[in-house]
Design a protein around this ligand. Structure first.
Ligand SMILES: Cc1cc2nc3c(=O)[nH]c(=O)nc-3n(C[C@H](O)[C@H](O)[C@H](O)COP(=O)(O)OP(=O)(O)OC[C@H]3O[C@@H](n4cnc5c(N)ncnc54)[C@H](O)[C@@H]3O)c2cc1C
Length: 425
């Protein structure tokens, strides 16, 4: 449905392209305004990543709440939303996670139409390889768990993997590939476009996007939030939603909250561009390495966390070495490629590896965090559920289990089965 504020001729379409090409491209408008902060908003969302902007969009489009601001300390989309490896999937094991991520994947499937923006959603399939009988059992269990929840999952044997990925080292003596679990609807989307699409759609419904506006304090009176201290002055707020990924503990501390989160680094890499080689997303089961190919031809890959707490956004060299050796074990031809770029992002790791979208003990203050290294795929679902939780002051059934209270109630959603070890999730 077109946004209320959107004249039909402002929509992106083939007709619009035609019109602009005839008119000398003079009619394109700024995708979002650069307003001055108002004195007060009904809702202020902290964090102009995909999650914050999606929340603002759904507050306006689903709940009719348009007196909303998104405050972002830099330009939008330069946090984890602009640093990730763009994988979307819903192949989780535990019911609370599967339900939530599958809902998010369904939103992804209609997102371009919803936002009137090309987010380059590509459902090319996501394949997780297994290398031993016990890994096969785990894959079968996961696949069955997905099928029970109505999610697509296909178990591939060795020959099916070989036919799909002829360049892969099937008979590596340490990590022979025995098969894989495929989610055909998994794939990738263009991360920057997702941020820009949500920003444009939210802006068109009247949301103010306030860039270069860092939150430095959260003002509370008599147990309820009343506004935010920012580098652009005090901004009053009826409700405040925090969606700042790796900075979640710092923002929560401003309101006197201590969270079961640690901030860890996750690195990613892009190679020089080559002709099409990898037609799906591949997860190497033996060494936490995953890889896909971008539309520009570069191979995009990453793996495990660096393993210690940091806010540095650089990443350490031992992990680079580990990832390169895992990658070359799986696809020996990778050794002939040059890496063009490497970077890291700050991951908000919870003690059970699952996220939270919930109220807090402070009235009017809400939290969206704990996405670990998997929050890009959650972007539309998290925005949708967070908007619902803020608007109704209660969680939607989809995020009812995803509260921080679970850590006090001993009700973990331990997806990886490794216990309270964020660096091992
Ligand atoms: C290398 C890497 C690879 C990844 N790969 C994947 C993947 O393939 N698939 C997947 O699903 N997930 C992946 N992730 C995880 C995913 O990127 C994140 O979980 C997700 O993008 C989080 O989105 P967000 O909007 O919550 O956070 P961000 O995009 O980080 O947005 C938070 C924003 O808050 C702002 N902020 C912080 N403090 C303040 C303040 N005091 N005042 C105002 N603003 C503030 C920041 O500047 C930032 O822009 C990856 C992450 C990394 C780093």
């Amino acid at each position: 449905m077109p946004a209320r504020h959107e004249p039909i001729f402002d929509r992106y379409s083939v007709w619009r392209l035609l019109k602009e090409s005839i008119d000398g491209n003079r009619g394109w408008k700024q995708a979002w305004r650069k307003p001055e902060p108002k004195a007060r908003y009904d809702v202020v969302i902290v964090g102009g990543g995909g999650h914050g902007l999606a929340t603002a969009h759904y507050l306006a489009s689903v709940h009719g709440i348009t007196n909303v601001a998104v405050v972002e300390k830099g330009p939008i989309g330069l946090g984890n939303s602009g640093r990730n490896t763009t994988i979307v999937r819903s192949n989780y094991l535990l019911p609370s996670n599967i339900r939530f991520y599958e809902y998010s994947l369904r939103l992804w499937e209609g997102l371009e139409r919803e936002l009137n923006y090309n987010v380059m959603m590509s459902q090319r399939g996501q394949l997780s390889l297994f290398h031993s009988a016990s890994e096969r059992d785990a894959a079968v269990r996961r696949g069955n768990s997905m099928l029970i929840q109505g999610v697509d999952a296909v178990l591939l044997d060795r020959e099916a993997v070989r036919a799909m990925l002829p360049f892969i080292a099937m008979d590596n003596p340490m990590f022979p590939i025995l098969g894989g679990l495929l989610q055909p609807r998994g794939g990738t989307a263009r991360h920057d476009a997702v941020v820009w699409g949500f920003a444009r759609a939210a802006n068109r419904r009247g949301v103010d996007i306030l860039e270069h506006c860092e939150v430095t304090g959260i003002r509370c009176e008599s147990g309820r939030v009343v506004g935010l201290e920012t580098t652009r002055g005090f901004i009053g707020a009826g409700k405040v939603g925090i969606a700042v990924a790796g900075n979640t503990s710092q923002l929560a501390a401003m309101a006197g909250l201590r969270l079961p989160i640690e901030t860890h680094l996750l690195q990613a890499f892009v190679s020089e561009a080559i002709k099409p080689l990898i037609g799906c997303v591949i997860n190497f089961g033996a060494g936490h390495f995953y890889i896909s190919q971008s539309d520009k031809g570069g191979l995009v890959f990453g793996g495990a966390l660096d393993g210690y707490n940091s806010y540095s956004q650089h990443g350490n060299l031992p992990l680079v070495e580990h990832l390169m050796s895992a990658g070359v074990s799986m696809v020996p031809a990778l050794s002939r490629l040059r890496v063009l770029r490497q970077w890291a992002g700050m991951m908000d790791m919870t003690m059970d590896g699952s996220p939270f979208i919930c109220r807090t003990s402070i009235e009017g203050l809400y939290l969206n965090g704990g996405w670990c290294y998997g929050g890009f795929k959650a972007t539309p679902g998290a925005g949708w559920c967070f908007a619902y939780t803020i608007a109704k002051n209660e969680p939607h059934p989809l995020n009812a289990d995803l509260t921080i209270d679970r850590f006090f109630e001993g009700r973990m959603i331990d997806e990886a089965g490794v216990g309270p070890k964020p660096w091992a999730q």
